[in-house]
Design a protein around this ligand. Structure first.
Ligand code: 9WO
Length: 245
């Protein structure tokens, strides 16, 4: 899969993506990451990428032409299953299901805005979709683009180990994660749950499912309402509710 990011801060995107799971995927040529700076597509002496908003008001707006020319450059030899996405709080809320669909594409062009936004005609004419990570404002789209790249890359074949991918299949199923523990067994009188030390794998699986259900019920009842539980899951959740009482 190929990612192209349109950004005034290409080094920020390159350097962050070079770390960890995404960095390994780039090294292993499972993903390619290209960055395109609108400043390189300006036509004036001062390399102007922004201008004052029509109608007046605070701040600056990114100009149409450098953005358009940068996206056009990123589309060089792009396939028809390529999407251009603008990242902003006005976008459609991003979900794991949407990321899963996106991971089937061969190219994703992510546009990171800066200042007070971009000329609306760029969004209308050049972008296929607008996505939001949540209802908050950050200083630019770069961190949002990096999150999309990270979340999609993890879903690609051969990025995570086999073990990890199986874990992902069974546990990114709309529930929160169960609690995790590692050594030491005791911290200031605070012990690891006995069942995890028992070596009884079926009991451990049941305990983890019960915790995942219980925590989702406690912290994110909205997620639980969207799910249909098996009879076994209903029983485990009922047991969890009795135990917290
Ligand atoms: C800045 C600003 C300053 C004064 C008055 C209004 C203002 N609006 C903004 C603004 O929204 N700037 C954005 C910064 C322009 C587009 C890129 N930026 C951005 C993307 N901030 N937050 C996101 C984002 C992207 C995806 N999901 C959540 C937030």
């Amino acid at each position: 899969m190929r990612f192209d990011v349109i950004t005034l801060f290409p080094e920020m995107v390159k350097q962050a993506a070079a770390c960890g799971v995404t960095g390994k995927a780039i090294e292993n040529e499972i993903v390619t990451l290209n960055v395109w700076n609108p400043r390189d597509y300006t036509q004036d002496r001062h390399k102007t990428v922004d201008d004052r908003p029509f109608g007046g008001g605070q701040g600056m707006v990114m100009k149409y032409q450098p953005l358009h020319d940068a996206v056009t450059a990123a589309k060089i030899d792009s396939q028809n299953d390529c999407k251009v996405v603008y990242l902003s709080p006005q976008g459609k809320p991003l979900t794991q299901a949407l990321l899963s669909e996106v991971s089937q594409l061969s190219q994703l062009i992510l546009v990171a805005g800066r200042y007070e936004g971009v000329d609306e005609r760029f969004i209308q004419r050049d972008c296929d979709e607008e996505w939001s990570l949540g209802d908050y404002v950050i200083s630019g789209g770069e961190l949002a683009a990096l999150i999309v790249i990270d979340a999609v890359t993890r879903l690609l074949p051969n990025v995570l180990g086999n073990e990890q991918s199986a874990l992902q299949d069974s546990h990114s199923d709309g529930l929160l994660d169960y609690p995790q523990f590692t050594r030491p067994e005791m911290i200031d009188g605070n012990a690891v749950p006995d069942v995890l030390l028992s070596g009884h794998h079926a009991d451990i699986e049941r305990w983890r499912m019960k915790q995942a259900l219980g925590r989702t019920w406690q912290k994110r009842p909205d997620l639980l309402k969207k799910k249909t539980l098996s009879a076994e899951q209903e029983r485990l959740l009922a047991q969890f509710k009795v135990e917290v009482d």
